[in-house]
Write a protein of this length. Structure first.
Length: 245
């Protein structure tokens, strides 16, 4: 599953779709409901990177529903909900996106840096779009503070891109550009070319919401991210993230 997301991040969308389709097929046959739900979320992530927002929204909704059906509330759902909020925000559906961030806020634990940072990042952009610049800036700053101590650069870059949009909408173009340069550096350090290409100002790109990523580092008891064959080569310069059981 992690391999599929890495393929997408380096721009190999067809390979990413094929890899996640294989994983989902195997998990469905094995009736592995939790891993299939997470794979559906990753499929939505791939479509966000590919720029197919309606497809991303549909898959992320399916993933959220599947996670709810497994009664999973503490691990993946609080991290998946901000993904869905981003897909809605990117389509201009601010009220719906805000409702999803509220659910994410209610579920994210105090120590969940990923969920806590990312619902704030999306909510901050929503507020900035409504002209509520002071609370938007406060939330964006909180998101950056939560993400800063971590080593997971994808979350840091996503939060910085969100903060840049908040600053831009608030009239602080210079500070916004600084955030974007830092986010771009983080993507390029990971050789995540598809993510780097989406950063406003890189290769002439206009503003587009940062594609979302799946949760690093931890998982429910008994979950093992092992759907991808170890013999299958990964993208150059990357390694497949793993979740410990």
């Amino acid at each position: 599953m992690g391999l599929a997301e890495l393929y997408a991040q380096v721009g190999r969308i067809a390979d990413a779709r094929a890899a996640i389709s294989r994983a989902l097929s195997a998990q469905t046959k094995a009736r592995a409901k939790m891993t299939a739900a997470v794979s559906t979320v990753i499929a939505g992530t791939i479509e966000m990177i590919a720029g197919d927002l309606p497809a991303a929204e549909e898959l992320l909704r399916q993933g959220c529903q599947a996670l709810r059906a497994t009664r999973e509330r503490d691990w993946f759902l609080p991290s998946t909900l901000p993904n869905l909020a981003e897909a809605l925000y990117a389509q201009g559906r601010l009220d719906e996106a805000e409702q999803v961030t509220e659910e994410a806020q209610a579920l994210a634990g105090a120590g969940d840096f990923d969920g806590q940072a990312r619902w704030r990042a999306t909510r901050a952009k929503i507020l900035a779009r409504r002209g509520q610049h002071a609370p938007a800036k406060q939330l964006a700053d909180e998101a950056e503070t939560l993400a800063a101590p971590t080593s997971w650069t994808a979350v840091k870059a996503e939060v910085l891109e969100a903060k840049a949009e908040v600053l831009r909408l608030g009239g602080a173009a210079g500070k916004a550009e600084t955030c974007l340069r830092t986010a771009l550096d983080l993507h390029e350090q990971r050789r995540a070319s598809a993510l780097a290409d989406r950063v406003p100002g890189h290769a002439g790109q206009p503003h587009r919401p940062a594609p979302v990523t799946t949760r690093p580092g931890r998982c429910p008891p008994g979950f093992n991210n092992s759907a991808t064959s170890p013999a299958e080569p990964g993208p150059p310069g990357t390694s497949t993230p793993r979740r410990s059981p």
